[in-house]
Design a protein around this ligand. Structure first.
Ligand SMILES: Nc1ncnc2c1ncn2[C@@H]1O[C@H](COP(=O)(O)OP(=O)(O)OP(=O)(O)O)[C@@H](O)[C@H]1O
Length: 260
């Protein structure tokens, strides 16, 4: 279980997270959704321990994030985090990088080799696996970071902008399927962020809508539809909850500014 209690974060004097308290259950896929600049990556960084919140606490499986050395080590053995722009060792090959990450998680070598080859094929990166990462495209870099995370077998995955970074539709489809399977069959806990509702509508158990650094809503799609009194797509629900005025503003603009 991931528990955040009264988390505040400021950049300078500007509050970016305001009193965020949420619980993410084991075996749940939670999507943090919200428009650009609303604090999604900051919230993920706080959960991942790369950002120390100004106030409040984060606990993962009972251990306090950035608490004692023992607690932090315990958390790190169970959690893997892929930031939106992960650092990659560009002079190493994709295969070397993925293996070195997964070895930190004590995965058996035999399983590692077999699993890596399968993941490389699934993400259509088998041909490039032995090339240095500097020769990869943006999407291929994103793929190798995801492959390393999946290879670790860590039971808690934190994936910032999981479906962005140039990931192609086949890669998005593969990742969605693998994440759902990890949650449903293996009981993994997955937290992803995205500003694009369509990308998480069908995979998330619960969606946390962040706006202006505050949790506007946190529920299943059905629960959010009830809350927003809107039975459309998750994107419609998101618009209703965060920018109810934006649709009429767009209509006005099209009518007034783009006349035939
Ligand atoms: N290091 C920083 N210093 C100052 N301000 C920052 C810093 N990082 C983020 N911010 C600001 O904090 C706010 C939240 O940023 P964050 O990256 O968490 O948003 P986000 O919801 O992930 O956005 P996006 O969807 O565009 O990735 C933004 O207004 C951003 O300008």
């Amino acid at each position: 279980m991931i528990e955040l209690e009264h988390v505040w974060q400021h950049y300078g004097v500007r509050p970016v997270l305001k009193d965020v308290s949420v619980t993410i259950n084991p075996g749940e896929l939670v999507a943090i959704l919200g428009p650009n600049g609303m604090g999604k990556s900051t919230l993920m960084g706080v959960i991942a321990g790369t950002i120390s919140p100004l106030k409040g606490t984060v606990r993962i499986e009972g251990n306090r994030r950035r608490g004692s050395v023992e607690e932090e080590l315990e958390i790190r053995s169970r959690v893997i985090y892929v930031p939106d722009h992960p650092w990659l060792p560009i002079k190493r090959t994709g295969r070397e990088f993925a293996l070195s990450v997964a070895r930190l998680y004590d995965v058996d070598d035999e399983r590692l080799m077999m699993h890596l080859d399968k993941l490389l094929k699934l993400f259509d990166l088998d041909e490039q696996a032995n090339w240095t990462i500097e020769s990869y495209s943006n999407g291929q870099k994103h793929k190798i970071a995801l492959i390393a995370a999946l290879l670790s077998d860590a039971p808690i995955l934190l994936l910032d902008e999981a479906f962005s970074g140039g990931l192609d539709p086949a890669g998005i489809h593969t990742l969605k399927k693998i994440l759902r399977h990890r949650v449903q069959v293996q009981g993994s806990t997955v937290v992803i962020t995205t500003p694009v509702a369509e990308l998480v509508e069908e995979v998330a158990d619960r969606i946390l809508i962040l706006h202006g650094g505050e949790v506007v809503a946190y529920d299943s799609l059905v629960g959010l539809q009830k809350l927003a009194n809107c039975h459309g797509s998750l994107n419609d629900v998101l618009q209703n909850l965060t920018h109810p005025e934006s649709l009429s503003r767009l209509e006005d603009y099209l009518r007034e500014e783009l006349k035939p």
